[in-house]
Design a protein around this ligand. Sequence first.
Ligand SMILES: Nc1ncnc2c1ncn2[C@@H]1O[C@H](COP(=O)(O)OP(=O)(O)OP(=O)(O)O)[C@@H](O)[C@H]1O
Ligand SMILES: [Mg+2]
Length: 245
Amino acid sequence: MKKVKRKTSAKKEVAVEKRIKTGIPGLDEVMAGGFENNSVNLVSGGAGTGKSIFAMQFIVNGIKEFNEPGVFVTFEEEKEKIQKHMLKMGWDLKKLEAEKKLVVIQYTPEQVKKMMDEGGGEVELEISKIKAKRVVIDSLTAFSLLFKEGLARREALLDLFKIIGRWGCTALLVGEHESDVERHQSRDVEFEVDGIILLYYLRKGDTRNRALEILKLRGSKHSTRIFPMKITDNGIKIYPDEAVF
Ligand SMILES: Nc1ncnc2c1ncn2[C@@H]1O[C@H](COP(=O)(O)OP(=O)(O)OP(=O)(O)O)[C@@H](O)[C@H]1O
Ligand SMILES: [Mg+2]
């Protein structure tokens, strides 16, 4: 009798979930390999905690290390200023744009409204043009301020999430929060996103220390520690084996 080859459990394919690596030194290893593919995530912190640098590093690493083009939408800083500041980190945004791997879009509040009304508009167009896999919106605070009333704000956020969901990208939204670890309170948006990274600039005596916390990462086993972080001339670095204080 002919032997029928059975698929044994040893042969069973283990689905390896694709993670979207931040490429930020020290970080992916403590966040189960990176963000979930096609997820919507938030990086939040007080003023000057490094949110924009973090977000741009996510985009630039995507391009340079993982061949994933990216779109960076800024509602706050001028494009020229971003280019100038990021060049100090060694990231030549103009060059990446010329190579059609990056698009930086600077939006005024009016243009944001237009984008929402058009259900994605220019952003969606640019994403498909360069086949972007990563998208950043810096920041949600500027976006939310367009909507005075709480309910309208929440509805606009949900609309934005719906639009982002159609882009087929892994999204990183920049938010703001109280920089005191103890006083952190979840806002509406935090319940909607798949992942949350908090950046801190903690005072101890006469100095401040930067720190990073993975507050949430849906469906992933991630570290619960708060890690020391540094901003260097090459961008952000996390020190998973060291303590903040
Ligand atoms: N080369 C560098 N080395 C060390 N620290 C730097 C360097 N460049 C910038 N920084 C730090 O990064 C901070 C700015 O980072 P970033 O613009 O990402 O902050 P942010 O959280 O986006 O701020 P904002 O709330 O104003 O948008 C500066 O205030 C400075 O402390
Ligand atoms: Mg910023």
